[in-house]
Design a protein around this ligand. Structure first.
Ligand SMILES: Cc1ncc(COP(=O)(O)O)c(C=O)c1O
Length: 429
């Protein structure tokens, strides 16, 4: 029996001292009741809640866990640096080593700047692009996520139209629409944000066409605007270089975060030579941006990325999981859609407008010790073993079986916050 009594108590205490009880993407307000909000520890591919339940984790802290929680090599590097100092009056040698190593790994990059979160890196990219030719307009594909700053937050409360006065939106994977946005900007385009593949919540994931990637590059070249690839979610999960290297497309700037320190707080903006002067001219900083421990962790993470088969192992586990789930769904006669790269999977159910099936299935899996997500893309870490996949499949099989039995009487979505959100998506006012 999973009582979640300690988790419930923490949520009640949080309601007194944390606005809304929790905020942002890690709030479980739209997840089934079986998902814990708080975790007491993490190791490898596992999480433990405060009631002692273990979960095989397929969210990886919403991305940062690439190699496994508390990975021995990364922990050793972080702890070795911590013996000498972390947040000091200036950075340590690790900053220079990290910049050298990162730049040597990413084809388009000639320089690197470091910060803390993905939102810092995308905002720094925006400012650098504007500084490049002293222009104002930033082109962003509708519905893509680039962080939670006023210029790009998906929430609109507290945000003014002026915060986005110079953002022009176009349709993802639609070159004509991007062309039209350039035309509208009338020579004032500073930069264009590109997302390697479409990973919106609640919607099937997809890769854009090669023509789109190549076409955005050409439009930026014609206008002498900077192409910015947001690799914060995708970085080192698809490739050991920028994601659009598969299309031969090199950006001028790329924003990285999440996996860079395998969980230690660090993000980065990388740039090509032509953007160096612009990047040197802007004022960007933060009290913790130069801390040495996350930089040492990032040096060690990049070393693992360069020298191990972490990606191939992750993809193999992910493909086995995907194939197993597909055959279980088919055997049960339940139609699902598994989209996106296998190592960043999204699983949605057919005929599930209010997500009652997805919530039931993921809620059951959580109760049985597997942390999946009903509507956000998931992430696999390299710590997931074939045995973990086997255990996961035993749980998903049981969840499918219970779902099949319950289908005739499955009530409409019981999570009111999620039901409202889905209703708003279906009929935006
Ligand atoms: C594509 C993308 N860009 C930017 C961000 C913002 O990163 P952070 O939450 O670290 O500020 C995220 C976070 O999920 C992201 O997925």
């Amino acid at each position: 029996m999973r009582l979640n009594s300690k988790d419930t108590e923490l949520r009640e205490r949080a309601r007194q001292v944390i606005p809304g009880g929790m905020y942002g993407h890690e709030s479980v307000a739209m997840l089934p009741a079986d998902f814990p909000q708080y975790f007491s520890r993490a190791e490898g591919a596992y999480l433990w809640d405060y009631d002692g339940n273990r979960y095989i984790d397929y969210m990886c802290a919403y991305g940062p866990n690439l190699l496994g929680y508390r990975h021995a090599t990364i922990e050793a590097a972080a702890q070795a640096q911590a013996q000498h100092g972390d947040t000091m009056t200036g950075p340590s040698e690790a900053m220079v080593v990290l910049a050298e190593n990162f730049v040597s790994m990413i084809d388009h990059a000639d320089w690197a700047m470091f910060c803390k979160n993905g939102s810092d890196a995308t905002s720094m990219a925006m400012v650098t692009a504007r500084a490049y030719k002293d222009r104002r307009k930033i082109l962003v594909a509708k519905g893509t996520y680039h962080g939670a700053s006023p210029w790009n937050s998906p929430g609109l409360k507290g945000i003014t139209a002026e915060d986005r006065a110079h953002i022009i939106y176009f349709d993802y994977d639609d070159l004509d629409s991007a062309r039209e946005a350039f035309r509208k900007a009338d020579g004032d385009v500073a930069g264009v944000f590109a997302t390697p593949f479409r990973h919106e919540v609640f919607a099937d994931q997809f890769l854009p066409s090669k023509e789109y990637a190549v076409g955005l590059r050409a439009l930026c070249d014609e206008a002498d605007a900077l192409l910015i690839i947001d690799e914060i979610r995708t970085g080192f999960r698809l490739s050991r270089d920028c994601s659009w290297s598969i299309h031969g497309v090199k950006p001028d700037l790329s924003a990285w975060g999440k996996v860079l320190g395998n969980g230690y707080p660090i993000s980065a903006l990388l740039g090509a030579e032509k953007a160096r002067t612009a990047a040197s001219s802007i004022y960007v900083t933060g009290s913790f941006w130069f801390s040495a421990v996350p930089m040492a962790a990032a040096v060690a993470t990049l070393h693992e990325i360069r020298t191990t088969d972490y990606l191939e192992r992750t993809v193999a586990a992910a493909e086995a999981l995907r194939a197993g789930i597909a055959s279980q769904a088919e055997a049960c006669g339940i139609a699902i859609r598994q989209t996106g790269p296998a190592q960043m999977p999204l699983i949605l159910f057919e005929d599930d407008a209010d997500m009652r099936k997805g919530s039931f299935w993921t809620g059951t899996a959580a109760r049985l010790g597997v942390y999946l997500h009903p509507y956000h893309n998931m992430f696999l870490s390299a710590a997931v073993t074939p045995e973990d996949v086997e255990q996961t499949l035993a749980v998903t099989n049981e969840a499918f079986t219970l779902l099949k039995k319950s289908l005739p009487t499955l009530p409409p979505q019981t999570n009111q916050i999620l039901a409202q959100r889905l209703q708003m998506r279906r009929s935006p006012s």
